[in-house]
Design a protein around this ligand. Structure first.
Ligand SMILES: [Zn+2]
Length: 194
Protein backbone atom coordinates (compact mmCIF):
# COMPACT_ATOMS: atom_id res chain seq x y z
CA UNK A 1 0.00 0.00 0.00
CA UNK A 2 1.19 3.46 -0.84
CA UNK A 3 0.94 5.95 1.95
CA UNK A 4 0.59 9.56 1.00
CA UNK A 5 1.52 12.48 3.17
CA UNK A 6 0.59 16.04 2.57
CA UNK A 7 1.59 19.40 3.93
CA UNK A 8 0.32 22.74 2.72
CA UNK A 9 3.04 24.99 1.39
CA UNK A 10 2.49 28.70 1.79
CA UNK A 11 4.67 31.74 2.11
CA UNK A 12 3.56 33.89 4.99
CA UNK A 13 2.94 37.51 4.11
CA UNK A 14 0.81 40.30 5.56
CA UNK A 15 -2.55 40.96 3.89
CA UNK A 16 -2.15 43.20 0.83
CA UNK A 17 -4.05 46.49 0.51
CA UNK A 18 -4.27 47.08 -3.25
CA UNK A 19 -6.09 50.43 -2.96
CA UNK A 20 -3.31 51.77 -0.75
CA UNK A 21 -0.65 50.36 -3.07
CA UNK A 22 -2.35 52.08 -6.04
CA UNK A 23 -2.51 55.36 -4.12
CA UNK A 24 1.22 55.22 -3.45
CA UNK A 25 2.01 54.02 -6.99
CA UNK A 26 0.32 57.23 -8.20
CA UNK A 27 2.50 59.27 -5.82
CA UNK A 28 5.58 57.35 -6.87
CA UNK A 29 5.00 57.95 -10.59
CA UNK A 30 4.02 61.61 -10.10
CA UNK A 31 7.13 62.21 -8.01
CA UNK A 32 9.14 60.94 -10.97
CA UNK A 33 7.43 63.51 -13.19
CA UNK A 34 4.99 61.19 -14.95
CA UNK A 35 1.77 62.85 -16.16
CA UNK A 36 -1.11 60.51 -15.26
CA UNK A 37 -3.94 62.78 -16.39
CA UNK A 38 -4.62 61.21 -19.81
CA UNK A 39 -7.19 58.43 -20.28
CA UNK A 40 -4.53 55.85 -21.17
CA UNK A 41 -2.72 56.35 -17.85
CA UNK A 42 -5.56 57.07 -15.46
CA UNK A 43 -5.73 53.44 -14.36
CA UNK A 44 -1.99 52.88 -14.48
CA UNK A 45 -1.36 53.16 -10.72
CA UNK A 46 -3.97 50.44 -10.06
CA UNK A 47 -2.60 48.30 -12.90
CA UNK A 48 0.87 48.70 -11.45
CA UNK A 49 -0.34 47.74 -7.97
CA UNK A 50 -2.16 44.62 -9.17
CA UNK A 51 0.76 43.59 -11.39
CA UNK A 52 3.17 43.78 -8.45
CA UNK A 53 0.73 41.97 -6.21
CA UNK A 54 0.49 39.17 -8.77
CA UNK A 55 4.28 38.90 -8.99
CA UNK A 56 4.45 38.59 -5.20
CA UNK A 57 1.65 36.07 -4.57
CA UNK A 58 1.14 32.38 -5.11
CA UNK A 59 -1.65 29.97 -4.26
CA UNK A 60 -1.03 27.50 -1.44
CA UNK A 61 -0.64 23.92 -2.60
CA UNK A 62 -0.51 20.45 -1.09
CA UNK A 63 3.01 19.02 -1.04
CA UNK A 64 1.85 15.43 -1.49
CA UNK A 65 4.52 12.76 -1.11
CA UNK A 66 4.39 9.00 -1.70
CA UNK A 67 6.09 5.94 -0.30
CA UNK A 68 9.05 4.89 -2.44
CA UNK A 69 7.64 1.33 -2.65
CA UNK A 70 9.94 0.08 -5.39
CA UNK A 71 13.06 1.61 -3.91
CA UNK A 72 13.82 3.94 -6.81
CA UNK A 73 17.33 5.19 -6.02
CA UNK A 74 18.44 7.32 -8.98
CA UNK A 75 18.16 10.99 -9.80
CA UNK A 76 14.70 12.43 -10.47
CA UNK A 77 15.35 15.61 -12.46
CA UNK A 78 12.93 18.19 -13.82
CA UNK A 79 14.54 20.71 -16.16
CA UNK A 80 13.57 24.11 -17.53
CA UNK A 81 10.93 24.98 -14.95
CA UNK A 82 10.00 28.63 -15.63
CA UNK A 83 11.16 31.13 -13.01
CA UNK A 84 9.48 34.51 -12.71
CA UNK A 85 10.63 36.43 -9.69
CA UNK A 86 11.25 39.91 -8.38
CA UNK A 87 14.66 41.17 -7.33
CA UNK A 88 14.35 42.47 -3.78
CA UNK A 89 17.00 45.13 -4.33
CA UNK A 90 15.32 46.97 -7.25
CA UNK A 91 11.86 45.37 -7.38
CA UNK A 92 12.42 44.60 -11.04
CA UNK A 93 11.74 41.12 -12.46
CA UNK A 94 14.27 38.41 -13.04
CA UNK A 95 13.26 35.49 -15.23
CA UNK A 96 14.77 32.24 -16.36
CA UNK A 97 14.63 28.54 -15.66
CA UNK A 98 15.17 26.21 -12.72
CA UNK A 99 16.44 22.63 -12.90
CA UNK A 100 15.37 20.74 -9.80
CA UNK A 101 16.31 17.19 -8.91
CA UNK A 102 16.52 14.82 -6.00
CA UNK A 103 17.70 11.33 -5.19
CA UNK A 104 14.88 9.78 -3.16
CA UNK A 105 15.15 7.90 0.10
CA UNK A 106 11.76 6.75 1.49
CA UNK A 107 9.55 9.39 -0.14
CA UNK A 108 8.70 10.44 -3.71
CA UNK A 109 6.88 13.58 -4.78
CA UNK A 110 4.68 14.32 -7.81
CA UNK A 111 6.68 16.14 -10.49
CA UNK A 112 4.21 19.00 -10.68
CA UNK A 113 5.03 19.74 -7.03
CA UNK A 114 8.62 20.51 -7.99
CA UNK A 115 7.33 23.21 -10.34
CA UNK A 116 4.88 24.47 -7.72
CA UNK A 117 7.69 24.72 -5.18
CA UNK A 118 9.71 26.87 -7.59
CA UNK A 119 6.69 29.08 -8.30
CA UNK A 120 5.82 29.52 -4.63
CA UNK A 121 9.26 30.67 -3.58
CA UNK A 122 9.81 32.73 -6.76
CA UNK A 123 6.63 34.76 -6.31
CA UNK A 124 7.97 36.96 -3.56
CA UNK A 125 10.72 39.59 -3.34
CA UNK A 126 13.87 37.53 -3.76
CA UNK A 127 17.52 37.20 -4.50
CA UNK A 128 18.42 34.41 -6.89
CA UNK A 129 20.81 32.95 -4.33
CA UNK A 130 18.16 32.76 -1.58
CA UNK A 131 15.53 31.42 -3.99
CA UNK A 132 17.86 28.58 -4.97
CA UNK A 133 18.60 27.68 -1.35
CA UNK A 134 14.96 27.94 -0.21
CA UNK A 135 13.81 25.49 -2.90
CA UNK A 136 16.54 23.04 -1.85
CA UNK A 137 15.68 23.44 1.85
CA UNK A 138 11.97 22.96 1.23
CA UNK A 139 12.48 19.72 -0.72
CA UNK A 140 14.88 18.49 1.94
CA UNK A 141 12.31 19.12 4.66
CA UNK A 142 9.41 17.60 2.73
CA UNK A 143 11.17 14.48 1.37
CA UNK A 144 14.21 13.79 3.55
CA UNK A 145 15.89 12.63 0.31
CA UNK A 146 19.42 11.32 -0.17
CA UNK A 147 20.23 14.55 -1.95
CA UNK A 148 18.76 17.60 -3.65
CA UNK A 149 20.13 19.66 -6.54
CA UNK A 150 18.77 23.02 -7.66
CA UNK A 151 20.27 25.07 -10.49
CA UNK A 152 18.74 28.38 -11.55
CA UNK A 153 19.74 30.39 -14.62
CA UNK A 154 18.13 33.80 -14.86
CA UNK A 155 18.40 37.19 -16.50
CA UNK A 156 17.95 40.15 -14.17
CA UNK A 157 16.22 43.17 -15.70
CA UNK A 158 17.82 45.35 -13.01
CA UNK A 159 21.09 44.58 -14.80
CA UNK A 160 19.92 44.24 -18.41
CA UNK A 161 17.73 47.38 -18.53
CA UNK A 162 19.71 49.74 -16.31
CA UNK A 163 23.11 50.13 -14.65
CA UNK A 164 25.66 48.08 -16.57
CA UNK A 165 23.01 47.04 -19.18
CA UNK A 166 24.31 43.51 -19.53
CA UNK A 167 21.54 42.42 -21.90
CA UNK A 168 21.58 38.65 -22.42
CA UNK A 169 23.86 37.91 -19.47
CA UNK A 170 22.54 35.09 -17.31
CA UNK A 171 23.34 34.35 -13.71
CA UNK A 172 23.67 30.75 -12.59
CA UNK A 173 23.22 29.72 -8.96
CA UNK A 174 23.14 26.24 -7.50
CA UNK A 175 22.49 24.37 -4.28
CA UNK A 176 23.47 20.73 -3.74
CA UNK A 177 22.82 18.68 -0.62
CA UNK A 178 23.54 15.16 0.62
CA UNK A 179 24.66 12.62 -1.99
CA UNK A 180 24.53 15.26 -4.73
CA UNK A 181 27.28 17.29 -3.04
CA UNK A 182 29.88 14.77 -4.18
CA UNK A 183 31.83 16.04 -7.18
CA UNK A 184 30.91 13.10 -9.44
CA UNK A 185 27.18 13.31 -8.65
CA UNK A 186 27.23 17.05 -9.11
CA UNK A 187 28.96 16.67 -12.48
CA UNK A 188 26.36 14.09 -13.54
CA UNK A 189 23.56 16.43 -12.53
CA UNK A 190 25.06 19.31 -14.52
CA UNK A 191 25.79 17.07 -17.51
CA UNK A 192 22.13 16.00 -17.54
CA UNK A 193 21.13 19.63 -18.12
CA UNK A 194 22.75 19.73 -21.55
ZN1 LIG B 1 18.27 44.02 -8.68
Amino acid sequence: MTLTQSTTTTVEQSLPDVERAAHHARGFLEALGVDLSGPARRQSPMRMATAYLEMMSSDPFEMTTFDNDEGYAELVLMTDIPVQSLCEHHFLPFTGVAHVGYVPADRLVGLSKLARTVETFAHRPQTQENLTQQIADHLTAALAPRGVGVVIEAEHTCMSLRGVRTSGARTRTSAFTGDLRAAAARAEFLAALN
